[in-house]
Design a protein around this ligand. Structure first.
Ligand code: XMP
Length: 250
């Protein structure tokens, strides 16, 4: 990611999200997605794909084509599956996404380590790929889970959930941590814990109300941007504008 960011002079991760297309229009959706990627690739360092495309296009049909196109443009591909199941299932999920060519996937630390995320990290290391962990999501309800105060009986200490997730990211040697751009204060707090060891990826710019410059100043390394680019009249122009607008902030 560091190398690509330097080469492309962009820290933007394009979230390839589009509104619902009826199943008969899957070819149209794939063509539209490929077209947006062609228009935007010069202004981003990676592409993030999630259920928006896996569900209609299928992992080894349409989505793999997009991963190949992404790699051909010199960009990295991230699967935002927010893996969140028991270890045995998580491992199979990770194997499929890495086999499809994804360079990293996003996982949810709420499931814990043993028989939870450990199998994902083991699989990632075997394939030499990455794992990014959620720490504080970008939506309003994030506080109900990621913002809870937890109590550890053994040590008689209280910790805020996202602080504990940031510490786990260090302990588990995660490759990145996701913190919503809608909460720059949380980015700052989490960045203090992670230091320069683990980069912060920040979604929620524009459509969700987050501000790119504020997220970067607070310590985010990468900005995840979807609708502000993909839904505009001219996605290439939108990405270019965002990219040049933040160049001086980094
Ligand atoms: P927009 O259109 O709001 O899209 O720019 C944001 C993209 O990022 C995803 N998203 C998240 N992914 N943790 C994540 O791992 C988050 O807190 C988070 N918030 C948004 C969202 O699914 C979309 O693809």
């Amino acid at each position: 990611m560091k190398e690509t960011t330097k080469k492309k002079e962009s820290c933007i991760v394009l979230a390839l999200d589009f509104p619902f297309h009826s199943p008969e229009k899957r070819d149209e959706l794939l063509a539209k997605t490929q077209d947006v990627l062609e228009q935007v690739h010069a202004y981003v360092c990676a592409v993030k794909i999630n259920h928006h495309l896996v569900l209609p296009l299928g992992t080894f049909d349409g989505v793999q084509k997009l991963v190949t196109q992404t790699h051909k443009k010199g960009l990295l591909a991230i699967m935002d599956c927010k893996a969140n199941d028991i270890g045995a299932t998580n491992q199979v999920i990770a194997e499929y996404y890495y086999a499809a060519g994804f360079d990293a996937l996003i996982a949810n630390p709420f499931v814990g380590w043993e028989e939870g995320l450990k199998p994902i990290f083991d699989t990632a290391r075997r394939y030499q790929r990455g794992v990014l962990l959620l720490a504080y999501m970008s939506h309003k309800g994030a506080n109900e889970g990621y913002g809870q105060t937890t109590y550890d009986k053994k040590t008689d200490t209280k910790t805020v959930q996202y602080v504990s997730f940031a510490k786990k990211a260090l302990k588990w040697d995660a490759d990145g941590v996701v913190v919503g751009a809608t909460y720059p204060g949380k980015i700052r707090e989490i960045h203090k814990i992670l230091g320069e060891n683990i980069p912060i990826y920040s979604p929620g710019i524009g459509a969700q109300g987050g501000v790119a410059e504020a997220a970067l100043k607070a310590g985010a390394s990468y900005l995840i941007v979807g609708r502000d680019i993909t839904l505009g009249q001219n996605p290439g122009e939108a990405a270019k504008r965002l990219c040049s607008g933040i160049r001086h902030t980094r």
